[in-house]
Structures are given as structure tokens and as C-alpha cells.
Design a protein around this ligand. Sequence first.
Ligand code: NAD
Length: 284
Amino acid sequence: MAVTQRIGVVGLGAMGSGIAQVAIEAGFDVVGREVADDLARAATERIGHFLTRKVEKGQRSPEERDAALARLSTTTDLGTLGDCDLVIEAVVEELEPKRALFSELEAICRADAVLATNTSALSVTEIAAATRSPERVVGMHFFNPAPLMPLVEVVRAELSSDEAVETALEVVERLGKVPVSCHDTPGFVVNRVLIPLLNDCVRVLDEARVTPESLDAAMTNGAGWPMGPCTLVDLVGIDVHVHASEALYEKLREPRMAPPPRLVAMRNAGLLGRKTGRGFYSYE
Ligand SMILES: NC(=O)c1ccc[n+]([C@@H]2O[C@H](COP(=O)([O-])OP(=O)(O)OC[C@H]3O[C@@H](n4cnc5c(N)ncnc54)[C@H](O)[C@@H]3O)[C@@H](O)[C@H]2O)c1
């Protein structure tokens, strides 16, 4: 197995920039691809800001921050990813753009490069099927925010090779994260369990006529959750949660997977949680 040193990250949004940060901190060379220069610049600045915060908190030396940032480059040209050992895709959560991207990546990247998707709820197998070399495609599902959340689900699609899965597992270890290997099933491990559970929590708000504060107090004090469900959905983003629920419901047809009408109404009203200042709670 070739040693992975150069990682391409496609899409430097919330997840991609977090993944790029984790990788440069762990000593990998990273080339990040965005669709426009200003988006790439904004991502680089965001990463620089988070690393500077770590310096201020005494978690990193200024030299370590500068060395990590020197390992990061960005581009708008996908062709620049041609010499990467591993490419991690973190673009919009829609099947067709991901399939088109993997088909392009296959043509650009070395034959031995592993191609990974960070999808939360799409089928890795369907993404891999857009290529003629599906054996080198795997899922690497990071959690948000990637620099803080330890878990990465390493997803084996129907035709993934052992070697591609092992490469992904090895990289996750070197990133200092906790890998959990699983097969390509809707929601993988955590979202398969967590999404219907959070939907149940939201339904209980109306059924038991409790407030978000009371429900959060119940689950933190009675079930030992580190954070109440309403606080958690606000943090994840109501839109992100509804989108993932809809995707799982479409695949599994289990009623608990369907987003509760209350959440759909909040999404439609723009009450998306922390990121818009209002969700179950107000953050203004
Ligand atoms: N946000 C989460 O909580 C979360 C958690 C785990 C996984 N994910 C998954 O990660 C992926 C990205 O999610 P996100 O929240 O970071 O989205 P985001 O909207 O914050 O970022 C996506 C970025 O990709 C860029 N982009 C789109 N097409 C591109 C292309 N062809 N080449 C390069 N860049 C391109 C966009 O400009 C944008 O900056 C999705 O598949 C999502 O399901 C999200």
C-alpha cells in the first residue's frame, strides 16, 4: 500500500475546510479545490483563523501554525489534484453533481489514488458507479465540525477494494480520528440511529406538550445525553437535519425517518438554528 501524503479536498465549505484543517495539522499536504477564487480565499482565511485561535489558547505554537498553513494550497482547477494520493469530496449533497465530479476525478487522478466522498445520506455505491474504477471509491464520513468531532465512518461500497478501505482507515488514524468501518447502508451508523431518534424527540414536544427547554432538561438529566435534542438540532442546522431525514425516509420508508412537520415548517420559515440566529432557541 502506497503511503498517503498528498490529499485533495474538493469543496471547501463547512466540512471541506474542516477536513483540510485536520489534514494539514496532521502533516499531510493538502490541495483544496473550490469553484471560485474568493471561496478558496475565504476558506484559507477561516482555517488560518482557527489555527491562530489554537495558538492563542496555547494548543499550538506559532511555528506549528505557520508550517501547517504552508502545507495548504488551493485551486479552482480540478486538474491540480492529479498527483494526489487521496481525494476527499465535500461538495453539495446531491447525487448528480457528485457523480459528475467522480467521473472527472477518475480521468484526472492517478490509477492508484483513492477517491472518497463525505456524503451523509447518499449511496456511496451509486456515486462509485459513475466511474469505471469503482473499486477505488469509498466513503469517509466526517462529522461536523470536523476539527472537533473524533469519529469518521469509513464506508465500504459494494465494489470498494480492501486496499482502498485500508488506505482510508490508515489515513483516519493518522488524522488522529476514530475510524469506524461499515457497509454502505442508508445513514451508515450514526445517522441511521440519530436521525429517527431526534425526529421522535421533536414529535414528543407536541405529544407530551413540553417546551424545548424541558425536553432538553429531560434528555440530559434522564438519559445522560451531553446535549439536549433541541440544542443539538439547532447546532446541526434544521435544514441539514430535514434534508438528511428526507433522504433516509426516501430510502427506508420508515415513518420515523420522515421529518416531523414542525421541523419542515421551521426550515421553510428560515428558522435554521444557530446559523440564522433562531431555531428552537434564539441566539441573537
Ligand atoms: N454540514 C454537515 O453537518 C455535514 C456533516 C457530514 C457530512 N456532510 C456532507 O459534506 C458535504 C459538504 O457539506 P457542507 O455542509 O460542507 O456544504 P457547504 O455548502 O458548506 O460546502 C460545499 C462547498 O462545495 C463547493 N462546491 C460545490 N461544487 C463544487 C465543485 N464541483 N468543486 C469544488 N467545490 C465545489 C461550494 O462552493 C461550497 O463551498 C455534503 O455531502 C454533506 O452532506 C455535511
